[in-house]
Structures are given as C-alpha cells and as structure tokens.
Design a protein around this ligand. Structure first.
Ligand code: UDP
Length: 237
C-alpha cells in the first residue's frame, strides 16, 4: 500500500509503503539537465523510462545480478527494496562522450577498450565531483571491499547490457549506476533508462537519450519511444 512521499527527485518520486522493507518508485514526466538549470516536462517520458528500466533490471536479475526491482504496480510505478543508498554515482564508459570529452583529450565516439569506470560523489550541493577510492574511503562512503565489489558488478552489468543492446542496434557509450546495501549485500538500485544512459543508434549514430533534451537535438519523446520499441516491443502490441 502506497503511503507518504519519502523523497521527490528531479525525475522520480519515492513513496513509503506499509512494508518498511519496500518502497514505491514513480517515474515522472519531468526532466532536468545541467545540475537542474534546464527543466522541462515530456508526455509519456515517465512511462517509457519505467518500462525500459523494468525490462533491463529484470534482464540483469535473470543473469544473476541482484537488483532492488520487485515488480511494476502501474505503468509508471515499481516496487523496490528499501536500500541504504551508497552516495557514489558509478559511471561506466565504452565510448567517449559528454564530460569525458569536455575534460580530457578524448574525441567523441572514440572507443574505450577496456571500459572506463568513474566514481562521482552523489551530492548536488558539491556538483557531483569525480572522486577516487581514497576520497570515497576518507568520506566513509563505502568500504574498500564494497568499492571492489561495486566495480566488479558494474563491469558485469556493462557486458550484459552492451551485448543485449547490440542485438537491438543500439550502442551504449556510457551510463550511470547507483548501488545500495540491503540485508547485508550490495545490490543495484535506482534506474537504467534513457535519462541515465547514452544510447546511440548503431547505424546512424543518432542520440536516443537525454542528450536530445540537453542539446536540443529534436523530439525527446520520439527518441525515448524508439528505445522503448527496441527494448520493450511488447508494450506497443
Ligand atoms: N549521468 C546520470 N546522472 C548524472 C550524471 C551523469 O545519469 O548525474 C549519466 C549520463 O546520462 C551519461 C553518463 O552518466 O549517460 C555520463 O555522463 P557525463 O559524465 O558525460 O555527464 P554529462 O555529459 O551528462 O554532463
């Protein structure tokens, strides 16, 4: 049963439930970029992202990755485990894009093999700065063992997703993951969607993700719908 709102972020709202170990995560149509400086609403964005996230989290569970996903209870709401979130944004990069190209001498589209893993401190007031293991340890964000476990799980998730998306003619230049502690284990939390991944059409290189909004590249809803068509074709039947 859905109870009080616990937290409302830029694109999702989290509610308590009558079970203290479970939360409801609602995907909304709002979206922001550039630390919240650019804001908008897009019809059905929440729906497409929720359906894509549910499908990808289920895929990962099927491949043996523990996630917070339980079930969908509406088109845009999922029941998830109430994890203790680790305040690290784990970014996996397969192809150079975005901030990597702005900050370092990489060229957009350059293949990164092996993939690059980056940790950012999840803190809006600090502007999500990049951190290393020493900073994470000194801030008490995670233990050394947790950091190595997170690194290993993130790379496994990457292999599974790259392979799955390739079959759907999508490249995965980079994406962001969040992890949490639940019943003594590290599990995958948050979402995997067009808001948190870069998806490029493998044939045309076209962006089918939040970059459409960030850089006014066209119709955001059409881009998200196209990713949904490839990942969750069953919802269009
Ligand atoms: N990302 C995210 N949330 C953030 C920061 C990044 O989901 O707060 C995702 C972003 O969508 C992209 C990847 O992480 O797929 C790498 O983002 P990058 O560091 O290049 O930042 P950006 O280009 O968004 O400034």
């Amino acid at each position: 049963m859905k109870l009080l709102e616990l937290y409302s972020g830029k694109a999702k709202t989290v509610y308590k439930t009558d079970d203290p170990e479970k939360l409801i995560m609602e995907f909304r149509n709002s979206l922001t970029a550039f630390d919240g400086k650019k804001k908008s609403e897009a019809p059905k964005k929440g729906y497409y992202n929720a359906q894509i996230a549910a499908k990808l989290l289920t895929l990962l569970e099927d491949k043996g990755i523990k996630t917070h996903f339980n079930s969908m209870i509406s088109d845009t709401e999922m029941v998830v485990d109430a994890v203790d979130i680790i305040k690290i944004e784990v970014i996996v990069r397969n192809i150079a894009a975005g901030s990597l190209v702005r900050k370092y001498p990489f060229k957009t589209g350059q293949k990164l093999d092996p993939p690059i893993l980056v940790f950012d401190y999840k803190s809006d007031v600090h502007g999500d700065p990049m951190i290393n293991d020493d900073i994470a340890l000194a801030l008490g964000l995670a233990t050394g063992q947790e950091l190595s476990e997170i690194r290993e799980i993130a790379l496994s998730i990457n292999s599974i997703l790259v392979d799955y998306l390739d079959k759907r003619n999508l490249l995965l230049p980079d994406f962001k993951l969040e992890f949490g502690r639940y019943k003594g284990k590290i599990i995958l939390a948050d979402e995997i969607s067009c808001d948190t991944c870069r998806f490029w059409d493998k044939t045309t290189g076209e962006s089918l993700d939040k970059d459409v909004f960030r850089f006014d590249k066209g119709d955001l809803v059409a881009a998200y719908r196209e990713v949904a068509r490839r990942i969750v074709p069953e919802i269009f039947k």
